[in-house]
Design a protein around this ligand. Structure first.
Ligand code: NAI
Length: 469
């Protein structure tokens, strides 16, 4: 690692455009702007080092500058090889808001280099706090600590290309300092995790007794998962598919795999365009929800030959297999909006001699299969909305990132045990409150008698923790 580097971005001359785009998002990010105003003077993150591993977009640039305003010393990488907006990264580098290592179209090797650069300050020390999305920064540290306890783990056979790159990084780090990750983990006050998949990883670490520092699950703030995952995907899925293919959606058959928060947004979006939407689910509750929204709930096995467009939204593994792809219609479009690229069995395409790839343009490939038919795969099976478009709009990300900001302040100032926490209902309501004015919402106020009658304080919180919205 060359720790003298202050940034590695695609093109620093894009900074001016990045700054103008950030300025344009200010009105749409009222929660972040209010956080700057409220906490900026107190500087609750002063003297603290923050590592971010989260899609380096314009909205994230706004989060970074908010954390900077709160006093943090920041290093940043993207959490996906295709999700960086290069003008956003350039602006952050030029403004010296963070040391940033991110560009659109990283290789996997470069990706893990960027992640380690974001975690390592010039004196070799690590962060006090982490903002993670999908949990890769947290994973690198946890894997590093395991390998330092048992260096034979470094010689294991990697399961895939991704694991090989991670192991290579750990081997290189071990040579320089065989206690790097252990020292780093000991100092960390906590991580705030953005997404469903990253949160799953944290609960698994906690269950196995392997979690090394406190964590805040930002995803399960209501103002995150019931907004970003739902309304965010509702807009950015179509954006990704359209920028990539210009396909007419009306009249098409779209198969949405998984009907959780993301799937609900995707299904609604495609229906809004006039597509006929079929849903697959494994959970009877979500399947019933889909059916009662008027979607046909099918198995992929039965419906695979009908779909014009397939969207995986499960956060699960190999939901579309090679055998499924072989049965698809000619030029069916296959994409994933879940966090990792293993929802679609890309390895089948990449390692199967009968399958050939024709690159149409960046992040759009036409694969010809053994069946003799071809399909269009977007963003190499990675998040289509961030790979083929620019992710969610600012307004919804302001909700998510205000939660991130509050979580960072909590971890910095609170006294948390090594567990996974969520933010309080009061904070959740506060995040929503900060976004009402922009939409012209007029909120009603409880009278004292009404508040007493339903047994809540006049100023909230208004719902019990088990309420599901
Ligand atoms: P969720 O847990 O609410 O929904 C996932 C759904 O998939 C569940 O209802 C589950 O029953 C279903 N499922 C699991 N295996 C399945 C299978 N084999 N076939 C059919 N259905 C199956 O999770 P959420 O919040 O909807 O997130 C889904 C994924 O999207 C996660 O990886 C998350 O990290 C990611 N995400 C991506 C965003 C983006 O901008 N691209 C934004 C937010 C989340």
């Amino acid at each position: 690692l060359d720790l003298t580097l202050t940034h590695k971005v695609a093109d620093i001359s894009l900074a001016d455009w990045g700054n103008k785009d950030m300025q344009l998002s200010e009105l749409e990010m009222p929660g972040l702007m209010a956080s700057r105003e409220k906490y900026g003077p107190e500087k609750p993150l002063a003297g603290l080092k923050v590592t971010g591993s989260l899609h380096m977009t314009i909205q994230t640039a706004m989060l970074i500058e908010t954390l900077k305003e709160l006093g943090a010393d920041i290093r940043w990488a993207s959490c996906n090889i295709f999700s960086t907006q290069d003008h956003a990264a350039a602006a952050i580098a030029a403004n010296e808001s963070a040391k940033v290592f991110a560009w659109k179209g990283e290789t996997l090797e470069e990706y893990w280099w960027c992640t380690e650069m974001a975690l390592t300050w010039p004196d070799g020390s690590g962060p006090d706090l982490i903002v993670d999305d999908g949990g890769d920064a947290t994973l690198l540290i946890h894997e590093g600590v395991k390998a330092e306890k048992d260096p034979s783990l470094l010689d294991r056979e990697p399961g895939n290309a991704e694991e090989k790159c991670l192991l290579d990084r750990l081997k290189a780090a071990y040579k320089v300092d065989p206690t790097k990750w252990t020292k780093m983990a000991e100092k960390i006050k906590g991580v705030s995790e953005e997404t469903t998949t990253g949160v799953h990883r944290l609960y698994q670490l906690e269950e196995r007794g392997e979690l090394l520092f406190p964590a805040i699950n930002v995803n399960d703030s209501v103002t995150k998962s019931k907004f970003d995952n739902l309304y965010g995907c509702q807009e950015s899925l179509a954006d990704g598919i359209k920028r990539a293919t210009d396909i007419m959606l009306a009249g098409k058959v779209v198969i949405v795999l998984g009907y959780g928060d993301v799937g609900k947004g995707c299904a609604r979006s495609m229906r809004g365009y006039g597509a006929r939407v079929l849903v697959t689910e494994i959970d009877p509750i979500c399947a019933l929800q889909a059916a009662m929204e008027g979607f046909e709930v099918v198995t992929l096995e039965d419906a695979v030959g009908q779909g014009d467009i397939f969207v995986t939204c499960t956060g699960n593994y190999h939901v579309i297999t090679g055998a499924d792809m072989e049965k698809m219609k000619t030029e069916a479009i296959v994409c994933n909006i879940g966090h990792f690229d293993n929802e679609i069995d890309m390895a089948y395409l990449e390692s199967n001699n009968g399958c050939t790839k024709l690159n149409i343009k960046p992040q759009v490939d036409k694969w010809t299969l053994n069946s003799g038919r071809s399909i269009i795969v977007l963003a190499e099976g990675r998040l289509v909305n961030l790979g083929c478009a620019t992710g969610h709009p600012s307004f919804v990300m302001s909700n998510s990132f205000t939660n991130q900001t509050l979580a960072q302040i909590e971890l910095a100032t609170g006294n948390y045990e090594v567990k996974v926490y969520t933010l309080s209902k009061k904070m959740d309501e506060e995040v929503a409150r900060l976004h009402l004015d922009r939409l012209g919402v007029k909120l009603s106020t409880l009278t004292k008698a009404q508040a007493d009658y339903i047994n809540v304080p006049v100023e909230g919180p208004y719902k019990a923790d088990h309420y599901r919205y």
